[in-house]
Design a protein around this ligand. Structure first.
Ligand code: NDP
Ligand code: 8X3
Length: 251
């Protein structure tokens, strides 16, 4: 049986991915800061697969390495890493952007992804295989008004994904990125700092993607035969054409 480590498993895409991968008999290491949510998910999924939880903030470099190094032997062989933890913080023009929001997005979406990857990649190399799934965004392919630093962080994920695929090529490690458009999760609640009405409005008037849609795609990507690597995948709700064009009459 394979083992997958999922960051950001307490909510949205990461949580749905955990549920979906359990259906494929993949053992799970579930990560996130909210231990209570990890416990609930562990209780639910332990009926099907082996589940271990690790609570840490991906920004805390030393903690990331300490927690991943603390994995018990039967969880230390990580076959699949899903770099999913991340969020947007704010939606402001560059001239009025909040420095703490900028720090959060760069520290979590970019540096956090790098720390977790650095803690796991040497183990994959030693093992001679592995599959890394980086969750990017359409914001990593296009820039939209007021998206500036979030878009920069996801453009960085796009570049890191390509760089990883080149550098890990000699070791037979697969590297894939999935870049979703609008997915209804807690993403906008975080972006708009718990202004839930504003968050709900983002997804009104059309059928957004669900986190289960992305989990389904991740499961497809990780269950391809070893010689198949889906390198880069952009997925929109049908109502969305790009970052700025969403047909809100398409329900
Ligand atoms: P959610 O807000 O629902 O989930 C975000 C997850 O990231 C949570 O589990 C959260 O866990 C975790 N996380 C956030 N900050 C940290 C941190 N500092 N340390 C550890 N974990 C952290 O949003 P989504 O599921 O939508 O987002 C998942 C990924 O998908 C993100 O990378 C996002 O950028 C990307 N994405 C989302 C889209 C969307 O429209 N929703 C579209 C394209 C990409 P906890 O708070 O418990 O730590
Ligand atoms: C999340 C999608 O369009 O809000 O990455 O940036 S978007």
């Amino acid at each position: 049986m394979k083992t997958a480590l999922i960051t950001g498993a307490t909510s949205g895409i990461g949580k749905s991915t955990a549920i979906e991968l359990a259906k494929h008999n993949i053992n799970l290491i579930l990560c996130g800061r909210r231990q209570d949510r990890l416990d609930v998910l562990q209780n639910e999924l332990s009926k099907t697969v082996k589940v271990h939880t690790l609570s840490f903030d991906v920004r805390e470099k030393e903690e990331v390495f300490k927690k991943i190094d603390s994995l018990p032997p039967h969880f230390s062989n990580i076959d699949i890493l899903i770099n999913n933890a991340g969020n947007a913080h704010g939606l402001d023009p560059i001239q009025t952007g909040n420095l703490d929001d900028w720090d959060a997005m760069i520290d979590i979406n970019v540096k956090g992804l790098l720390y977790v990857s650095k803690a796991i990649i040497p183990k994959m190399i030693a093992h001679g295989s592995g599959h890394i799934i980086n969750i990017g965004s359409i914001a990593g392919k296009e820039v939209y008004p007021n998206g500036n630093v979030y878009c920069a962080s996801k453009h960085a994920v796009d570049a890191i994904n390509k760089g990883m695929r080149i550098d890990l090529n000699p070791y037979g490690i697969r590297v894939s990125a999935i870049h979703p458009g609008l997915v209804e999760t807690e993403f906008s609640n975080v972006r708009f700092k718990n202004d839930d009405e504003r968050a709900d409005n983002v997804y009104k008037g059309f059928d957004p993607l669900t986190p289960e849609d992305i989990a389904d795609i991740i499961a497809f990507v990780v269950t391809r035969p070893y010689h198949v690597n889906i390198g880069d995948l952009v997925v929109f709700p049908t109502a969305q054409a790009n970052s700025t064009i969403v047909n809100k009459n398409f329900v």
